[in-house]
Write a protein that binds this ligand. Sequence first.
Ligand code: PDD
Length: 287
Amino acid sequence: MSVYLNGEFLPRAEAKVSVFDRGFVLGDGVYELVPVYSGKPFRLDAHLHRLQLSLDGIRLANPLGIAEWRERILQLIALQDFADQSVYIQVTRGTPVEGQPLRDHAFPQGAPPTVFMFAQPLVTATPGQKAAGVCAISAVDNRWLRCNIKGISLLANLLLRQLAVDVGCVETVMLRDGFLTEGAASNIFVVKDGVLRVPPPSNLMLTGITYDVVLELAARHGIPHEVRPIAEAEVRSADELWMTSSTKEIMAIVKLDGVPVGAGVPGPFAMRMDALYQAFKQDVMRL
Ligand code: PDD
């Protein structure tokens, strides 16, 4: 398996970065995760745009232009011997050069960013898992106020997600000041009385690429939807609750905090949206 590190494609065991890399010592970097279907990256431009926003958010100059990113990502994909992939991209503020402090909160002078990418087989939910749905718990969103940056310092998300894993669930639905923000690693949609509802993009959540696709599909297929703040009571009285992400796609949450959501099984809107999403993927891959 080849990985990409700072301009080179290398066997995974040969890819090495300094222990003084600011990603390792300070969590000073950003990332992206791009799903690849049949060797074709899904919504690559949107992922690269979001990467740019994250880099801008941490005041790190993008080390590569769009065309260079595209070329390297396509090369990495071509080097793998599996067709469906999840490509992980990470850019850190690099390793301080000689004469600079080894660890300093202040940005180092002259340190080239570290660019690292690898691909793994993409594991999406099976039809059986989709038909069963998953359980989730809720928790207070205690992350920082810049959740729109896809930063590698994921401690708060990890701790929140683990709360769900500890009780045999797959996601933590987060609430801040009485309003829905997102999942620990996904966006959360509510369906009530035939209307799809989702919080608007803000600094309190990451705007998922899947989130955007779902809203586009809803608009295209005439599914009523509202993008507005969602109160906790609306989450708790939802007919359907979904989590969406590049790896989970559209996954129904059938139990929240031990209480069945709606009928306690994946609802008709989740099933319809998943079918639309799968068809959309197929169309895009044919291009
Ligand atoms: N995470 N919100 C958070 C906090 C996330 O971590 C993710 C995805 C999303 C959904 O984004 P998208 O639809 O672009 O995948 C929302 C990825 C999958 C991860 O960290 O592995």
